[in-house]
Design a protein around this ligand. Structure first.
Ligand SMILES: Cc1ncc(COP(=O)(O)O)c(C=O)c1O
Length: 495
């Protein structure tokens, strides 16, 4: 079929719109003999029947494997140059107690950036010493709690935090390990990076201010300075931006060594993943090798010892392991000039995937319940919210016979989708189901109307009774709201 002129230039009409492009899907994803997409041994129609839609599905084996392989790649490459590396999982990408445990099982530490994320990590049983605490505006309560439980490191983000963290550490009779987040002036996004002398943004401290701030840290007996931290951005494909930033950081690191020990250097996260068939991110092993080479060369050039390196990837570990399953509700062919675009609306949208509306992120979509040889049609996957920007997939091709009641799946939604989810239009946030070896289990249940009304102080208890109950094997339906809950399956519809 010919290219639809309404499609972006990079998107070509596929020979077969049923194909699952390589690199986009969880490792176990494939089409069954019946044509349904199957993940972790469970087919999309089974998942929809058991748990309802929309549904976040995470391939547990894939997530665990990506975490373990990333760690192994960085361990190997940094051992090659003669140092070690600490890998922190950036929990903001997707955090639940279960996911935190998968990461710890794979030998990773956990990076949190709020009291809430800290509470989840602790509830998961993560040892506080394995936790790094971030944030450009940590509250006094958060700082107090982090020092009280004894988190491994706090990443200081502004001068005032030196005093606040030092005071809290004294209060709790402890010496708190800290890093100082600096702006290296390098900002990267996908294929390009920008190197400036200053960055106009809220995170970290100005590069040139670091020496005096580190001196202030060193003057506090309740603080132990571990080293610098820098995060240059997210969804970065090549190694060049990291190389430029590491080079700048190591010059500052070398300067700081003249005033005392600087045992570590944290290079942040940001490794990119594929969201569409044309995305081609660097393999993790290449990034590890590239970063190790840069650190080795820059340290040798300056004649300084190799620091222990820390990194904080999130998306590259959990992003490709997750998909979102939706049911198609309405289909509207919209004529634009001489061409037509099919608006395919699903039962979720910007409340379960804010990334397209937030920063124009691109995604892909495939029919999940069947294959068909209908010619591909250009579609825009829209949500059900009252916003015209409520788009999940701006442009992709689906078989032209896509119909109401079809299931569709959007790959690579494991990172920054559930964690950015909202209740816009009073939609309940969908459940998260982990699949592996033919088993599926709810690791975060979906929200019911009861949940949505629970904090509204104007609602009397009697008026909510019977609506969206989650008690065992109960079903109710009131004003389009139904919930069925059993021991292991929770099917909820608040849409
Ligand atoms: C300080 C910091 N570290 C790590 C990350 C993780 O980035 P990514 O998920 O792209 O690897 C982020 C993301 O915004 C971040 O702000």
């Amino acid at each position: 079929m010919a290219h639809n002129p309404l499609a972006p230039e990079w998107l070509s009409s596929p020979a077969d719109a049923n194909t699952l492009a390589s690199g986009l899907w969880p490792a176990s994803a494939h089409r069954s003999d019946a044509g349904a997409i199957t993940i972790g041994g469970i087919s999309a129609p089974d998942l929809a029947a058991r748990f309802g839609t929309p549904l976040y599905v995470v391939d547990e084996t894939d997530a665990r494997t990506r975490a373990a392989e990333l760690r192994a790649a960085f361990d190997t490459e940094f051992a090659r140059i003669g140092t070690t590396v600490k890998v922190y999982y950036a929990a903001k990408a997707f955090l639940s107690t279960e996911i935190a445990r998968w990461m710890v099982d794979a030998g990773l530490n956990i990076d949190v950036c709020s009291g809430g994320e800290l509470a989840v990590a602790l509830a998961a049983g993560v040892a506080p010493a394995r936790i790094g605490f971030h944030g450009n505006n940590k509250s006094r309560t958060e700082i107090d709690e982090a020092t009280r439980v004894g988190v491994g490191t706090i990443i200081l983000d502004s001068p005032i935090e030196i005093v606040r963290v030092a005071e809290a550490a004294r209060r709790h009779n402890t010496v708190q390990n800290v890093r100082l987040r600096v702006n290296s002036g390098v900002h990267a996004h996908t294929h390009e990076f920008l190197a400036t002398s200053h960055e106009d943004q809220k995170f970290g401290v100005v590069f040139e201010d670091a020496p005096s701030l580190v001196a202030a840290i060193r003057a506090e007996s309740s603080l132990n300075f571990l080293g610098l931290h820098c995060h240059i951005g997210s969804q970065i494909f090549g190694v060049d931006g990291f190389a430029e930033s590491a080079s700048r950081l190591l010059s500052l690191h070398a300067e700081l060594l003249t005033g005392g020990p600087v045992p570590e250097l944290n290079l942040g996260g940001g490794f990119g993943i594929a969201y569409t068939s044309v995305d081609d991110p660097s393999p993790v092993a290449d990034l590890a090798a590239g970063l190790a080479d840069i650190v080795a060369a820059e340290c040798a050039r300056r004649g300084i010892p190799l620091p222990v390196i820390a990194i904080e990837p999130g998306r590259v570990i959990i992003g490709p392991a997750g998909v979102t399953l939706y049911e198609v509700g309405t289909i509207k062919p919209v004529r634009v000039g001489d061409n037509t675009r099919l608006y395919v609306s699903v039962d979720g949208g910007m409340s379960d995937n804010a990334r397209p509306a937030l920063y124009g992120a691109e995604f892909s979509v495939r029919l999940a319940d069947r294959v068909t040889d209908a010619p591909p049609a250009l579609v825009r996957l829209a949500g059900k919210h009252c916003e015209s920007g409520d788009i999940v997939v701006d442009a992709d091709y689906l078989p032209g016979d896509v119909a109401p009641g079809d299931l569709v799946m959007v790959p690579a939604t494991g990172a920054y989708c559930w964690s950015l989810a909202s209740n816009y239009n009073y939609l309940g946030r969908p459940a998260v189901v982990a699949v592996a070896d033919g088993e599926a289990r709810v690791i975060v249940r979906g929200e019911t109307i009861e949940d949505l009304l629970a904090r509204d102080t104007g609602v009397s208890t009697s008026s909510t009774s019977g609506v969206g109950s989650t008690s065992e094997v109960s079903t109710s339906s009131t004003s389009g709201v139904s919930t069925t809950s059993t021991n292991d399956d929770v099917k909820e519809t608040t849409r």
